[in-house]
Write a protein that binds this ligand. Structure first.
Ligand code: PLP
Length: 475
C-alpha cells in the first residue's frame, strides 16, 4: 500500500473512531490495534497512523506497551481573550489568514480547490537530487546576501532576456532579488511602493495580492477584466481618479480566469503607466504553465523602470522550494531590497542552491517540454467532464495556460452554497468570492485541473451538478 492510500485510510478510520470516542468513558482503553485492524480490514500500520492522528487532535493518549486511552473533551469553559479586540489596531478589512485555496484536503476528497500542482507534475527526481546536493555543499552552512545567490539572480535575469525580442531591454542580475515565494515578493513590493496608497487591480484578481494590499493599508481600486484583459480606458480612468501610481496585474494566464491580455491591451497599458508615472506590478505566476502559447512577459519589453516583475519557481519546481524573484530597476529596486531585508533578511541558501540546481540541470528542459501536454490533457478532460456532467456550470473561457478553469454559476445560485454542498459530497471547490476586491458581477467557482487525477473528473462534475441543483433558489 502506498503512503497516500495509507494516509487516506488512516483518516477514514480516525473519523469513524471519533464518533465512538464521544460515547466512550474518559480513561477507558481502546481495543487493540489488531482488533481495530480486523474491524476496518486495514493493516496495523494504517491503524497506528489513525491512532496517531487522534492523538495529535488531543482525543486519545497512546501509551506504548500499555494501550490507547480515551482523553476527555477539551475544557467546556471558554477562554476570554476579548481584550485583544480593544488592543489591536482597527483593521481596514478583516483578513482571512487561511484562504480556501490553501485548505487541507481530507482523505479521499477530489481536490479542485487548490492552487499548486500535484506531485506527478513536478520534477521530483531533479528536486530530490538537488536537495541532497545542496545539503552536502557549502549552502548548508552559510548565509546569503539579501538580494540572493548571484548565480540564481543571473538565471532569472537571463530568463527574462531570453523572452525579450531583438533590441529589447536587458535586465541584469543586479536588478533581480530572490524572495521566499512570490507572495513574499509581492508583499515586499507593495509595502515598498504603495503603503496606505491607492492601488489599481484587475477584478477578479489573485486573493494573495488582495491580502498583501490590505495588510499594508493600500486602498484597492478595482477595474473589471474581460476575455482580453482590462479595458485600458478603465485603467487610465482609475489611475486618474484615484491618484494611484501602481497597477497590480497578471497579463498572462491570470489567476483565476486564465485570461491573457490582447497585444493591443498590453501595448496601451504600458503607454498609460509610462504616461502617468506609474508602476505596473507584473505577476508572471504561470510563466511555465503555457498550454496553447508560451508566456511573453511585458517586463521583457521595458527598461524604463515602470514594470516591477515577479516570477516564481514554487509551483513549477516544488511548493517546498519557496524561491521566486522580483525584478526591478532604478530607485524602486533599493526600496524593495530594504523591505526584504526588514521582513526576512534573506532566503535560505539551501533552497536557493537547490532551485538553481534544478533549473540548470539537463532534465529541466525535458520536464518543461512535457508540461504543456500534461496540462492540456487535464484541462481538456476537465472541460469535457464539466460540459457533459454539469452543463449549467458555465466555463467562462478556455485558458491558454495556467492551472484553473473559471466557472460562472447560474443566476441566483450562490457559490458558497455550492461549495459547501460539494464539500459534503467529497468535492473541494474554491468559492470565487476570494478573488473579488469588491462586489461580484456574478457567482463564480475556480476549478484547478493540476492537483487531482483526471480519472475522477466525471465524478467531480456529477457532484458539482448535484450541488448546483441543491443550491438553486426555491421559487
Ligand atoms: C497570481 C499569483 N501570484 C502569486 C502567487 C504566490 O505564489 P508563491 O508564493 O507560491 O510563489 C500565487 C499563488 O497561488 C498566484 O496565484
Amino acid at each position: 500500500m502506498n503512503d497516500g492510500i495509507r494516509a487516506s485510510s488512516a483518516e477514514r478510520i480516525a473519523t469513524a473512531m471519533l464518533a465512538r470516542l464521544a460515547e466512550a468513558p474518559v480513561g477507558s482503553r481502546l481495543p487493540s490495534t489488531r482488533a481495530i485492524a480486523a474491524e476496518f480490514s486495514a493493516s496495523p500500520v494504517t491503524v497506528q497512523r489513525a491512532l496517531r492522528l487522534l492523538e495529535s487532535r488531543g482525543r486519545v493518549e497512546v501509551r506504548p506497551g500499555d494501550g490507547t486511552f480515551v482523553l476527555g473533551q477539551p475544557a467546556a469553559r471558554p477562554t476570554d481573550r476579548s481584550w485583544q479586540t480593544a488592543s489591536l489596531p482597527v483593521p481596514a478589512a478583516v483578513l482571512d489568514p487561511t484562504p480556501a485555496a490553501l485548505a487541507e484536503a481530507p482523505g479521499d476528497a477530489i481536490a479542485l480547490h487548490a492552487g499548486y500542482p500535484s506531485g506527478d507534475l513536478l520534477p521530483e527526481r531533479l528536486v530530490r537530487t538537488a536537495l541532497v546536493r545542496a545539503a552536502r555543499g557549502r549552502a548548508a552552512l552559510v548565509r546569503s546576501s539579501v538580494a540572493g545567490d548571484p548565480g540564481l539572480r543571473d538565471w532569472f535575469a537571463a530568463e527574462l532576456r531570453r523572452t525579450a525580442g531583438a533590441g529589447s531591454a536587458t535586465p541584469s542580475a543586479h536588478d533581480v532579488m530572490i524572495t521566499a515565494g512570490s507572495q513574499a515578493g509581492l508583499h515586499a513590493v507593495i509595502a515598498a511602493v504603495a503603503p496606505g496608497s491607492p492601488v489599481v487591480v484587475e477584478s477578479p484578481t489573485y486573493w494573495g495580492a488582495l491580502l498583501a494590499l490590505h495588510s499594508v493599508g493600500a486602498r484597492v481600486i478595482p477595474v473589471p477584466s474581460g476575455p482580453s484583459g482590462p479595458d485600458p480606458a478603465d485603467v487610465e480612468r482609475a489611475i486618474l481618479s484615484s491618484g494611484a501610481r501602481v497597477f497590480y496585474a497578471q497579463p498572462t494566464f491570470a489567476n483565476p480566469s486564465g485570461v491573457s491580455w490582447s497585444a493591443s491591451t498590453r501595448e496601451r497599458v504600458l503607454q498609460i503607466v509610462r504616461q502617468h508615472g506609474a508602476f505596473l506590478l507584473e505577476d508572471d505566476w504561470a510563466h511555465d504553465f503555457g498550454i496553447d502559447a508560451a508566456a511573453r512577459p511585458l517586463a521583457a519589453t521595458d527598461d524604463s523602470g515602470h514594470i516591477v516583475y515577479l516570477r516564481s519557481l514554487t509551483k513549477v519546481v516544488s511548493p517546498a522550494i519557496r524561491v521566486a524573484a522580483v525584478v526591478a530597476r532604478g530607485p524602486v529596486r533599493d526600496r524593495i531590497l530594504a523591505r526584504l531585508s526588514a521582513e526576512a533578511m534573506y532566503v535560505s541558501p539551501l533552497l536557493q542552491a537547490a532551485a538553481l540546481d534544478v533549473v540548470t540541470s539537463p532534465g529541466w528542459q525535458v520536464h518543461l517540454r512535457a508540461l504543456p501536454r500534461l496540462l492540456r490533457a487535464r484541462r481538456d478532460q476537465l472541460i469535457v467532464s464539466v460540459r457533459a456532467g454539469a452543463p449549467s456550470a458555465h466555463i467562462t473561457s478556455v485558458p491558454g495556460g495556467g492551472l484553473n478553469l473559471w466557472i460562472q454559476l447560474p443566476d441566483g445560485v450562490s457559490a458558497s452554497a455550492v461549495t459547501a454542498s460539494a464539500r459534503a459530497g467529497g468535492l473541494l471547490l474554491a468559492d470565487g468570492a476570494s478573488w473579488f476586491p469588491s462586489e461580484q458581477p456574478g457567482q463564480f467557482l475556480r476549478l484547478n485541473y493540476a492537483d487531482s487525477a483526471t480519472d475522477r473528473y466525471d465524478e467531480a462534475a456529477r457532484i458539482l451538478a448535484a450541488a448546483i441543483e441543491d443550491a438553486r433558489p426555491t421559487s
